[in-house]
Design a protein around this ligand. Structure first.
Ligand SMILES: NC(=O)c1ccc[n+]([C@@H]2O[C@H](COP(=O)([O-])OP(=O)(O)OC[C@H]3O[C@@H](n4cnc5c(N)ncnc54)[C@H](OP(=O)(O)O)[C@@H]3O)[C@@H](O)[C@H]2O)c1
Length: 276
């Protein structure tokens, strides 16, 4: 698996596995299958209520701990410096791990006004060795600037909604300027995937691949780290099999051109959408 180098000198696989809403025995089976077909990064969150399943899938896979990267996210109700550290300790406990590879602040929740203290908590958790890399999710440019100015620590990753209908051209430029790795949630576009749109369907035909593979290849060529979720082993496998072809610049541009200002899936604007 090819990797992205992060601003803290570590690496992440170029594609990760989205684990929401996989839970229970079926969830463990889907995650174990994802590890079997080759995923080496599992994206979880406290609010997905599947951290136990993530740890269990890792154990059942038989893979050495160091070969798989485990990510989770601190929820809104755990914002604050001490609470964020306690949240990470609780995640480790539930997962049965002694270290996480990546922890993100799940949503900034600007009206709570605690995202700077929360970021300080993540910085301290990293210093304590609880987590290797730290980042954020759903942060806007001003919010990124605020936590960087307050701590001097630049997030390694910002995980944002990013798919052909919402390609986040501006945020990707912000990340490039600051040295932050973009990661895409709902990378296929979930229930509103652009599989039938001409730029995607035509590229799929031209390269002899599926529309989902075109979208994931587009994610790589715009420099993002997509986290596709699938409970189906065959789709898990094909979603990972996107390193053997290359879209032309014109194809990449045409897919990006599907973007619309109101292209978000459910109105998840981080300035107004908050999750606890
Ligand atoms: N940070 C955040 O705020 C945030 C928010 C949302 C999501 N996330 C993360 O992002 C991950 C992925 O997002 P998502 O699940 O919303 O969207 P997604 O990965 O874009 O789409 C998942 C949906 O597409 C289907 N699918 C997967 N591969 C397919 C293929 N090759 N062809 C056709 N359909 C396919 C899946 O069904 P099957 O399972 O049946 O294949 C599922 O219904 C989540 O699991 C989570 O880890 C983060």
């Amino acid at each position: 698996m090819e990797t992205y180098e992060l601003n803290d000198g570590t690496t992440l696989p170029k594609i990760g596995f989205g684990t929401y809403p996989l839970r229970g025995e079926n969830g463990i089976a889907a995650m174990t299958s994802a590890l079997e077909v080759g995923y080496r990064l599992l994206d979880s969150a406290v609010n997905y209520r599947n951290e136990y399943e993530v740890g269990e899938a890792l154990r059942r896979s038989g893979l050495p701990r160091d070969e798989v990267q485990i990510a989770t996210k601190v929820p809104g109700r755990d914002h604050g410096r001490g609470k964020a550290i306690a949240s990470i300790e609780a995640s480790l406990e539930v997962m049965g791990l002694d270290r996480l590879d990546l922890v993100l602040i799940h949503w900034p929740n600007p009206s709570q006004g605690k995202y700077v203290r929360t970021w300080e908590g993540l910085v301290e958790a990293r210093e304590q060795g609880l987590v290797r890399s730290i980042g954020v999710s759903n942060f806007t440019e001003p919010l990124l600037q605020e936590i960087i100015d307050a701590t001097g620590v630049i997030p390694a990753v910002n995980q944002i909604e990013l798919h052909p209908r919402f390609p986040q051209v501006d945020m990707r430029a912000v990340h490039a300027r600051l040295g932050i790795q973009t990661s895409s949630w709902s990378p296929l576009g979930k229930r509103d995937a652009a599989y039938d749109e001409a730029p995607v369907a035509d590229a799929a035909k031209a390269h002899g691949v599926t529309p989902a593979q075109v979208i994931l290849r587009w994610q790589l060529q715009i420099g993002s780290l997509p986290l596709p979720k699938s409970a189906n082993p065959e789709r898990q496998r094909t979603n990972l099999d996107v390193f053997g072809f290359e879209l032309t610049d014109a194809e990449v541009e045409a897919i990006t051109g599907l973007g619309k200002p109101d292209g978000r899936l459910f109105g998840g604007d981080p300035n107004t959408h908050e999750e606890m």
